[in-house]
Every structure is written in structure tokens, then in C-alpha cells.
Design a protein around this ligand. Structure first.
Ligand SMILES: Nc1nc2c(c(=O)[nH]1)N[C@H]1C(S)=C(S)[C@@H](COP(=O)(O)OP(=O)(O)OC[C@H]3O[C@@H](n4cnc5c(=O)[nH]c(N)nc54)[C@H](O)[C@@H]3O)O[C@H]1N2
Ligand SMILES: Nc1nc2c(c(=O)[nH]1)N[C@H]1C(S)=C(S)[C@@H](COP(=O)(O)OP(=O)(O)OC[C@H]3O[C@@H](n4cnc5c(=O)[nH]c(N)nc54)[C@H](O)[C@@H]3O)O[C@H]1N2
Ligand code: SF4
Ligand SMILES: [Mo]
Length: 709
């Protein structure tokens, strides 16, 4: 950076798939990005962001950034590339898409995207092309389905108490989210309550992670057992008279039915399922029973289990039994998805959508690409793809199938990316993508209430183009550029989105930088009623009711729906440990990575050190393992090797691998999602990333003997 170039501050918003959606101040010198900071004036960000985004200069100026379109030379995945022009590259994609369409119909083309950018224009424009061309739809299942379905089943709406109210709570329950790593701003507000009010922080997780280290009450339970803990807490409330019967009579469907159901869900019963002691469960029950201002910050982590949707519903039922919702600083929050009411119809080309076009399950991309007839909805094979803003060869479950599918000779794959990811390396054509500071977009919080503008603040490198550019250029070549929504700039589309949604204009958002769409106290606390027609919270959920992630009719209910519990309970649907697979593995997020993003920057890599497997000392001793020994870990989906980190941060029988590391960081070139199943979770689908049973065998180089775990 030239020392004489004056520094200026650009404003932006974090584009990553993180509930915090921070407002950013970006140091810029010339066209170069320096330090990134949290905007102090934003009441949720409050000047704090995570270290990985603070170091963004490292990512945007990375020597491995893709700068030119590349066409494959030699076999798939062989690493041979030649540079081609953008014109030739886009012509080739259009030609391959047209070829696929002519042979098997438009549904054989599958545009595939996800959360690399959460910008409404750059992320969702791919739907405009999809709808205009009647290409196969994508049923999004990789992230939110169990969490949102479980919340909606109770509250009828994806909103909740203002997360800033954690700052005025007396007890903040951080449940199944490693907030220090995954959404640091939760900690800002929770710690404020501890400092200013002496609030207690309770953390419920399966291992002693950075968030649990901050807890006053740390509850380390067995994976998939949260429903049992929730049921026992409510049992205690009814037993001890701390349940708020007057509140429930007004605001819940069937408190008497719930009480009867819970009569057998004692702390002793829950101790047997959760692995917690009766004393721990009683202490937690007494704490929340005595603190009207108890705030439940319910995360995604505990729902990435086959028990996930009922577990979320059970946890959400707790503040309803105790009436916490009525008090400032009390109640629960998971996502604000339903407060924004964004009308993205022009960006997404919704008017062009043909409802008869099939949807393919995002998480089952492996099964889809290897030609599983059910996964293909008994329709044509997928023979052409545009992959934008996602890295499925790394992040999707059942990785071996995903990679096998992507390697198919008769499949054309174009990947639009910033780096040569595990997915890009298997492509036929790779297009270089802009980063968020190089294009215009608008973002909305998931874990808070702001709509934020993220304007272009620096020029992209010469050969790099935005998602919007690629969609527009393909539309021209595929003969749909005259259809509604095409031919506009990013700024036009942002302005249209804001106006259509009743959130002002581009100009007003540019002046304000962000808009706070937090509903008022009564609405946020559901004091005007929950989201169901009768306004009552559902203790007895209707798992078939439409919700935010309901599968399209052509896909239908997912997973073992008949086995979902009738009341808040332990569902018992998880991939249980058995004689052959005595361990449970969770693939929890590493603090310095964001899904597979940042696994390419040295600043993040050096801090995370290496991919490894956390194992309890008793298990290590039993298997004759010392720290750093290499083990083979596997199940019927595959096996891979990792060094062991012996630590009592995990419970016996539980293993944690923090990721997501690149597949090439593993000895065999296959990453952790090799082990994770893609069987859809009930009732709305989704991938159970933290619910995998495995065996572990020492890799005994000297004797070559495998010892059963
Ligand atoms: N640093 C970092 N930040 C991220 C991400 C990342 O990969 N890295 N990912 C981003 C994305 S896409 C999302 S959706 C959010 C998700 O963020 P979170 O809501 O935090 O969800 P997870 O990260 O899946 O898991 C959170 C915690 O749940 C724990 N957990 C697993 N199983 C159980 C269980 O059965 N019960 C309980 N109580 N806990 C369990 C895990 O060990 C982990 O510590 O984070 C975002 N932020
Ligand atoms: N084992 C395991 N697997 C998981 C999870 C887990 O907890 N454990 N978490 C799951 C979750 S919650 C999620 S949400 C998914 C997320 O999975 P993905 O949505 O695939 O997220 P990332 O891994 O961050 O990959 C995003 C990619 O988009 C690229 N990108 C960023 N911005 C842009 C852009 O503007 N244009 C283009 N063309 N590309 C861009 C980035 O370089 C990056 O390679 O992963 C899931 N996978
Ligand atoms: S905490 Fe989340 S939203 Fe904030 S800067 Fe980091 S990744 Fe982005
Ligand atoms: Mo996610």
C-alpha cells in the first residue's frame, strides 16, 4: 500500500452466511482494501466483528484468487486448464445448456447456488434465469430446515424477541450455537447483561467450545438429546409451580395436555438420555423458574440432528410454559426471517416460474448426480450445471457420491468462483467471481433486524465478473434477455426490491446505510398472539402444516414423519451409536472458517492449525491412542484419516471435528462430509451434519492391525 495514498472509509455489510450480518467500515487506500471494522453506530453490530472478516484484505488480495476464465484440459479433476476469453466461456455455457435442453429437456439443466454471498441480487438472480428457461428447481435444505420447521411448528412465525434485549436479561440461554465462533455479536449483548445486571449465561452444547468457556452454567449433553432436556425443564415448571398457568391459558393450545404428557418426563428420565446429572437439570430448571427475564437464544447447531425439528420445537416450548415471553429481556429468538417481507419477484423472475418444473434436493446433490431415480423425481438426468456461490464438493453430505457425480463425463459443469475450490477443480469451465466489496448488493439480517446496503467500494480485478453479469450474459445467449427482470443493473434491482417491499428506495437506504425493521415490543414478544389463526402457541404441533421450509408438493413430506413426537419430547430418530459404530461424530464449525470459506487464507489456516479429531482421554486410552496419533474413522459411507487431539472438552463416546477444511487437507483427498448422511430429516428435509455414527481404528503402521473401537 502506498503510504502517500490517503485512507478513506467505505461502508458495507458482511455478505457471509452468518446470522450477525455485520455493518462494516472498510479502510480503503487507492483501490486497495485494508482493515475491516464493525460499524460502531449500528446497534446490533456495536463495533464488533469476527477476526476472519477483519482480515478480509488477505482474502481479496489473495495470490490464489481466480482472475481469468479457465477451460479444462485433460481429464476431470486432473488440474489441467487453459485461459479463455469471457466471450468464449459464456458462449460455451450457453451452447452446453442448449445441447442438454435439446437432448433431455430443460429440466436436465440444474442451476445450483447457495450462501457464498447472502446478497439478494447476486445470490438470487440465478432464479431469474432458471425460471425464464424452466430449468430444474432447487429445494434448499442444507442449512435451515430443521431449525425453522421446529420453530414455526410452535410459534407459527419466524420472528422473535429483539436479540438486543439479551442485554437486559437476567439469564441468557445460548442453546446449540457456538456464538463466539459463529455469530460473535450474540456475546456482545449477553455479556452486557452479565456486566450490567449480573445475568447468568447458560450454554448448552455437546462440547466445551469457546462459547461454553464463557458460561456460568455449562450443560454438555449428548448429541441429539436436547428434546429430553427441554421436556424435563417443563416438567420441573409444572411440578414446582413455576410454570405460568395464567399465561398458558391465554397463549397456548393445550397446557393441560402438555402437563399430562410431561408427568413422566422427570429429571431422572432426562438424565438417562442427555448424560447430564439430575442436579444439573434441577439447577437449570430452578434458574429459569426464578428468572422471568430469561432469554433463549436458540441456534442451528442442535437442529443438525435427525431429532432436530422436534428438538427446536421442544426448546421453544420452554419459555411458553414459564411465560418468559411477557417480560422485557425474556422469551426466545432464532431468526428474523419473517420480519423483512422482501418482495424479490423481479430479481428472481417469479412471474415466469412454471409450477410443473421439478425441484431437486440441494442436500441430495450426490444422489441426483449419480442418477438415483427418486432423487431425480423420476425425471431426466442432470447433464448441465451452473454452480454459483457454493462449494458442494466440500460442503454437501455424502461427499463420495457428490464427487463421483461431478466427475461424470456426460455432465457439463460451469463453476463461478473466487477460488479454485474442491468443486471448481472438478469443473469443465471455471469463471472468476467478484467479492462483495467489488459489487453492489443489499443484505438482510437473519440473527438481527437490519436491512443493509453493501455498495461497491473498490474496482474488481480486470478479468473478474459478478454473478449478476454472468446471469445477464447467459440470458442474452439463451434468448431470454427480453423477459421481465433482465437488462437492469444491480442498483436498479436493489431499488425495485426496496420499493416493492415498502422499505423506501435505494437513495434512502444509501443515505441511512441501513434500516432497522425491528417489530415493536408487543409483536416481537407475541403479546398480540402467536402466528397461528387463533394466536396460540402450539404445544401439540401439526407437523404437516405449511411452514417456511415445507417441501414443494412434488417432493412431499421428508423422512420418517410418522415417528415425529406428538408433544415436546425426545424424538429418538438419530443415527444411534451401535456395536459397529460406537462413536457419535459432530462436524462443528471452526472459528476461523465460515463453512468452506476462509479455508484458503493463511491467517485462518495457521490459527486453526490442522484438521483433527477431538476425543475424550478415556476413549483414547481404551484404543491405545496418544495425542497426535493418526486414526481411521468411518462408516458405510467411507473412511478417512485424522490425527487425534485428546481432550476432555468432549464426552466419552462423542467425537468432534471442527471444519470445514479443504478436501485436499485430508490425507486421502476426501473431506469430512464423506461420513455425513444425506437421508432427508423429518418432516421438511435437511442434512444432519452433527449426527453421524462412526467407528474409529488406530492406524497401526507397524503391525498393520486394525483395532475395533
Ligand atoms: N466461524 C464460523 N461461523 C459461522 C459458520 C462457520 O462455519 N464458521 N457457519 C455459518 C452458518 S452457514 C450458519 S447456518 C451458522 C450456524 O451457527 P450455529 O447456530 O452456531 O450452528 P452450528 O454452527 O451448526 O453449531 C453450533 C453448535 O451446536 C453444537 N451441537 C451439535 N449437535 C448438538 C446437539 O445435539 N445439541 C446441542 N445443544 N448442540 C449441538 C455444535 O457442537 C456447535 O458447537 O453459523 C454461521 N457462522
Ligand atoms: N460437515 C458440515 N458441513 C456443512 C456444515 C456443517 O456444519 N458441517 N454447514 C452447512 C451449512 S449451515 C451451510 S449454510 C452450507 C454452506 O455451504 P456453501 O454455501 O457452499 O458456503 P461456503 O462453503 O462458504 O462456500 C461458498 C462459496 O461461494 C464463493 N463465493 C462467495 N461469494 C461469491 C460471489 O459473490 N459469487 C460467486 N460466484 N461465488 C462466491 C466462495 O468463494 C465459496 O467458495 O454448508 C453446510 N455444510
Ligand atoms: S461475525 Fe458474521 S456477519 Fe459479522 S463479520 Fe463475521 S462473518 Fe460477517
Ligand atoms: Mo448455514
Amino acid at each position: 500500500m502506498n503510504e502517500l495514498t490517503p485512507l478513506r472509509t467505505g461502508f458495507s455489510a458482511c455478505p457471509h452466511d452468518c446470522p450477525s450480518t455485520c455493518a462494516l467500515d472498510v479502510e480503503i487506500s487507492g483501490n486497495s482494501v485494508g482493515r475491516v471494522r464493525g460499524a460502531p453506530g449500528n446497534s446490533y453490530t456495536a463495533g464488533v466483528i469476527c477476526a476472519k472478516v477483519a482480515r478480509y484484505g488477505e482474502r481479496i488480495n489473495h495470490p490464489d484468487r481466480l482472475l481469468k476464465p479457465l477451460s479444462r484440459v485433460g481429464g476431470k479433476g486432473g488440474g489441467g486448464w487453459r485461459e479463455i476469453s469471457w466471450e468464449d466461456a459464456l458462449d460455451r455455457v450457453a451452447e452446453e445448456f442448449s445441447k442438454a435442453e435439446a437432448r433431455f429437456g430443460a429440466e436436465s439443466v440444474w442451476p445450483y447456488f447457495y450462501a457464498g454471498t447472502m446478497g439478494q441480487v447476486q445470490r438470487d438472480g440465478i432464479h431469474r434465469l432458471r425460471h425464464a428457461k424452466r430449468y430444474s428447481g432447487q429445494f434448499d435444505t442444507i442449512c435451515t430446515n430443521m431449525a425453522w420447521t421446529g420453530w414455526h411448528a410452535g410459534a407459527g412465525k419466524l420472528t422473535g424477541v429483539d436479540p438486543r434485549e439479551m442485554g437486559v436479561s437476567d439469564c441468557v440461554v445460548i442453546w446449540g450455537t457456538n456464538a463466539v465462533a459463529t455469530q460473535v455479536n450474540v456475546m456482545t449483548h449477553a455479556i452486557r447483561a452479565r456486566k450490567e445486571r449480573g445475568a447468568k449465561i447458560v450454554v448448552i452444547d455437546i462440547y466445551d467450545n469457546a462459547t461454553m468457556k464463557q458460561a456460568d452454567l455449562a450443560l454438555k449433553l449428548l448429541p441429539g438429546s436436547d428434546g429430553a432436556l427441554a421436556a424435563a425443564l417443563m416438567h420441573i415448571g409444572f411440578r414446582d409451580g413455576t410454570a405460568d398457568r395464567a399465561y398458558m391459558a391465554r397463549f397456548a393450545d393445550d397446557p393441560a395436555g402438555l402437563e399430562a404428557h410431561l408427568s413422566t418426563r422427570t429429571p431422572e428420565w432426562a438424565a438417562g438420555i442427555t448424560g447430564l446429572s439430575v442436579a444439573e437439570i434441577e439447577a437449570f430448571g430452578a434458574l429459569i423458574g426464578g428468572a422471568p427475564r430469561t432469554f433463549f437464544r436458540l441456534g442451528y447447531g442442535f437442529t443438525r440432528q435427525r431429532n432436530g425439528a422436534p428438538a427446536m420445537h421442544a426448546a421453544l416450548s420452554v419459555p411458553t410454559v414459564f411465560g418468559h415471553w411477557q417480560h422485557e429481556g425474556g422469551g426466545a429468538f432464532h431468526s428474523n426471517s419473517d420480519i423483512f417481507k422482501l418482495d424479490k419477484s423481479l430479481i428472481m423472475g417469479s412471474a415466469m416460474r412454471d409450477p410443473s418444473v421439478r425441484f431437486l434436493d440441494q442436500s441430495r446433490i450426490g444422489a441426483v448426480l449419480v442418477g438415483d431415480p427418486g432423487a431425480l423425481q423420476h425425471g431426466p438426468p442432470v447433464t448441465a450445471m451452473l454452480v454459483q456461490s457454493t462449494n458442494p464438493a466440500n460442503v454437501a453430505p455424502e461427499q463420495r457420491l457428490v464427487r463421483q457425480g461431478l466427475m461424470r463425463e456426460d455432465l457439463f459443469v460451469c463453476v463461478h468462483e473466487q477460488f479454485m475450490t474442491d468443486t471448481a477443480v472438478l469443473a469443465d469451465l471455471v469463471l472468476p467471481a467478484t467479492m462483495f466489496l467489488e459489487h453492489d448488493d443489499v443484505y438482510r439480517g437473519g440473527g438481527q433486524s437490519h436491512l443493509l446496503l453493501g455498495p461497491k467500494v473498490v474496482e474488481p480485478p480486470a478479468g473478474v465478473r459478478s454473478n449478476h453479469f454472468v446471469i445477464e450474459e447467459l440470458a442474452k445467449r439463451l434468448g431470454v434477455a427480453d423477459r421481465p427482470g433482465f437488462g437492469l443493473t444491480e442498483r436498479d434491482l436493489i431499488d425495485d426490491l426496496l420499493q416493492r417491499s415498502g422499505h423506501g428506495t435505494l437513495k434512502t437506504l444509501e443515505e441511512g446505510r441501513w434500516a432497522d425493521l425491528q417489530p415493536d415490543f408487543e409483536a416481537a414478544h407475541f403479546l398480540n398472539g402467536f402466528g397461528w389463526p387463533d394466536g396460540k402457541f402450539r404445544f401439540r404441533p401439526d407437523w404437516s402444516a405449511a411452514g417456511p421450509n415445507t417441501p414443494p408438493a412434488s417432493v412431499g413430506p421428508q423422512g420418517p414423519v410418522a415417528r415425529l413426537p406428538e408433544w415436546p419430547d425426545h424424538a429418538g430418530l438419530d443415527e444411534a451409536a451401535d456395536a459397529e459404530h460406537p462413536f457419535k461424530l459432530a462436524t462443528s464449525p471452526a472459528r476461523q472458517f465460515l463453512n468452506s470459506s476462509f479455508a484458503e487464507t493463511d491467517g485462518s489456516r495457521s490459527r486453526e492449525r490442522r484438521p483433527e479429531l477431538l476425543m475424550h482421554p478415556d476413549d483414547a486410552a481404551r484404543l491405545g491412542l496418544a495425542a497426535d496419533d493418526i486414526v481411521s474413522i468411518g462408516n458405510r459411507r467411507g473412511a478417512l484419516q485424522l490425527p487425534v487431539a485428546v481432550s476432555d472438552s468432549v464426552r466419552p463416546g462423542v467425537l468432534v471435528h471442527e471444519g470445514l477444511w479443504r478436501n485436499s487437507d485430508f490425507a486421502g483427498g476426501e473431506g469430512i462430509n464423506l461420513l455425513v448422511g444425506s437421508d432427508p430429516v423429518a418432516p421438511s428435509g435437511g442434512a444432519a451434519f452433527h449426527d453421524t455414527h462412526v467407528w474409529v481404528r488406530p492406524v497401526a503402521a507397524s503391525s498393520g492391525m486394525a483395532v475395533e473401537g
